[in-house]
Design a protein around this ligand. Sequence first.
Ligand code: HEC
Length: 120
Amino acid sequence: MTSLLGLALCAAVVQTAPPDRPLPVLRHLYAENCARCHGLDGSARSPEGTRLKGLDFTSARDMEGRTDQEMAQAIASGLFFGLRMPAFRSTFSETEIRTLIREVLRKARRGRPLDEPAER
Ligand code: HEC
């Protein structure tokens, strides 16, 4: 009986919660939407990334200087930086952007593709 109640509660939560996609999907969306400028490993060492001078997510020094809030703002609204980074507010929910920053961008390591799970 308790488990039935649990199930009913879960169903209610699933129905009202926004459609935030799980981390592996967000990793895939990074590869699709961001890698052409920021590089598959986040280092922006791709030919396009070097040209655009995108932020190097694998550089602790670059990342320490930025708050999650600033980065979330940039991802949602885009940036004009000589060249434009597009706005992604219609691609990701706010929660997804936070997860992307915390679990993907902030864990970027040079040479490790961001569409693969980070080692713990
Ligand atoms: C068209 C190229 C392009 C694409 C696509 C792109 N970016 Fe950027 N991004 C840039 C450039 C250029 C900068 C500016 C570099 C800087 O701030 O030094 C930047 C900066 C950023 C910053 C730093 C913002 C700040 O100043 O705090 C974050 C975070 C970021 N991008 C995340 C993403 C994510 C996530 C995606 C995919 C959803 C993405 N970008 C897609 C070009 C791009």
